[in-house]
Design a protein around this ligand. Structure first.
Ligand SMILES: Cc1ncc(COP(=O)(O)O)c(C=O)c1O
Length: 377
């Protein structure tokens, strides 16, 4: 089994070192500084591993359940602390899928399941979200795709990259579809917490015995560099399989990540941190929406959650050519092309990050390049 590179990572690898002057593609909230945590850190903390559980620091697992609204629905041992949501997805996919197994994914969506499923030799069935339908997940097509015997359905909620949300009713329907097919239902909830006009959707691990929730402190809390996330599932066999695979990859969690995440998820920190992230995200998103409205040739479906969305370029323009020209002088502005998600005429716009992203400059330059590439008739 060899894992092949995906367009999204290929483009990031190629462009990360080009030092853009502005970024219109940042997908996470402003990141805190280490100093913000020092007062709550124990200087005598041993930098050996946590020494207590291969599933992760017990206090952190309790906080993870509480923030996901899973108290009373899942037990602490249903939680495995992982190196980000990425590792949680990896462990579940690798332990559940065999060559020839049917894996149902969404497009546009987070590419990890497709990359790993392809490497495993799974049969991959794609359910398309359509822009004309507001990028919503078509549940009738999901039901058709998830034939009996399907091994896994992999979804993101909120969706990366469109910012669309599955409601509690949608999720109940997804559970029905998965149950009828006998499938595991993995919902990557890494963007949860940044819903703009609706409450956070319920976590799938509380709704379905074969539901797998993955998430992390990376996005809403901006703590991506801690590499601390989780997998939650009520099936003890699945959690144990993930523990076993992790023992043979990274073995144990990084202890600083566990402690910092536990501090960040304490209610007295979590509530104000989310309030700040939401206020900032909402303001930036309103600015971006006004920009898209006012910019001839650009259109989008406003994200209902998260800090990113897909915008359509004028007919005849290719998102990847556009992104490359925008990154080159004189514009020097980074964004991700829609080709990272299989959408050739789109670009991914994101409004996360701090003042270092120079959003206003980035938007001006984006408009400048649009004028240059698509002069008005
Ligand atoms: C949908 C989705 N899942 C997982 C990840 C990985 O996140 P983490 O930093 O928690 O590993 C990302 C990061 O961009 C993401 O967008």
């Amino acid at each position: 089994m060899k894992v092949r590179i995906h367009k999204l990572f290929d483009y990031l690898l190629e462009t990360t070192e080009q030092s853009p002057e502005a970024i219109v593609g940042f997908s996470l909230s402003q990141s805190p500084r280490l100093g913000d945590f020092l007062a709550d850190l124990d200087p005598n903390l041993s930098l050996d591993w946590n020494g207590r559980s291969f599933r992760g620091l017990p206090e952190l697992r309790a906080r993870i359940l509480a923030q996901a609204g899973l108290d009373g629905k899942c037990a602490a041992d249903d939680v495995l602390v992982t190196a980000g949501a990425a590792e949680a997805n990896y462990l579940a996919i690798m332990q559940l899928l065999q060559p020839g197994d049917r894996l149902v994914i969404e497009q546009p969506g987070w590419p990890q399941a497709e990359v790993l499923g392809t490497a495993i030799g799974a049969e991959i069935v794609t359910v398309r979200r359509h822009e004309e339908e507001g990028w919503r997940l078509p549940l009738d097509r999901l039901a058709e795709a998830a034939t009996p015997g399907t091994r896994m359905i992999f979804l993101t909620n909120p969706n990366n990259p469109t910012g669309q949300l599955l409601s509690p009713e949608d999720l109940t329907e997804c559970v029905g579809i998965a149950r009828r097919a006998g499938a595991w239902l993995l919902v990557d909830e890494v963007y949860a917490g940044l819903e703009w006009d609706e409450p956070r959707a319920p976590s799938i691990a509380g709704l379905y015995e074969k539901g797998i929730t993955t998430g992390s402190v990376s996005k809403a809390l901006g703590l991506q560099g801690l590499r601390t996330g989780w997998l939650i599932c009520r099936d003890p066999g699945l959690v144990m399989d993930a523990v076993i695979l992790r023992e043979n990859s990274s073995e144990i969690m990084n202890v600083l990540g566990e402690h910092l995440a536990e501090i960040a998820l304490r209610p007295e920190r979590l509530v104000p941190a989310l309030d700040r992230a939401r206020a900032q995200g909402r303001a930036n998103l309103a600015r971006l929406d006004a920009f898209v409205e006012a910019t001839p040739g650009l259109s989008w479906r406003v994200p209902r959650a998260g800090l990113i969305g897909l915008a359509r370029l004028p007919e005849g323009l290719n998102g990847e050519d556009f992104a490359r020209r925008l990154l080159a002088p004189p514009y020097r502005t980074f964004l991700l092309p829609g080709s990272a998600y299989g959408e050739q005429q789109h670009i991914r716009l994101g409004v996360g990050g701090d003042s270092g992203t120079n959003l206003a400059t980035g938007l001006e330059r984006l408009a400048g390049l649009l004028r240059e590439m698509a002069p008005e008739p």
